[in-house]
Design a protein around this ligand. Structure first.
Ligand SMILES: [Zn+2]
Length: 95
């Protein structure tokens, strides 16, 4: 079993770029692999393991990046309507 990293460097033609798990390019092209690796590392450090706590229910979920701050459940039901009751229900097993 190989775990796919959140971001990795791919050679595309004669150049290098950082791609995400979906193989979508998330950086400009670099001529030097070192430059791409550098950006790749920064990306990974920025998002940590990719796990984030939901702003609404505090559940851990896999985040796509800085813009992604709520779990898919909360996002699908709309953040504005979240009540404190759901926080209690969802975080019962956590500290
Ligand atoms: Zn949530």
């Amino acid at each position: 079993m190989s775990k796919i990293p959140l971001y990795r460097v791919r050679q595309i033609g004669l150049q290098f770029a950082v791609v995400n798990r979906a193989n979508e390019r998330v950086s400009p092209f670099f001529r030097r692999k070192d430059d791409a690796e550098d950006i790749c590392q920064k990306r990974i450090e920025k998002v940590g393991t990719g796990l984030r706590r939901c702003l609404s229910c505090r559940a851990e979920f896999q985040s796509d990046g800085a813009h992604h701050r709520m779990c898919s459940y909360c996002r699908s039901r709309g953040a504005a309507s979240v009540t404190p009751v759901s926080v209690v229900l969802n975080s019962g097993a956590q500290i």
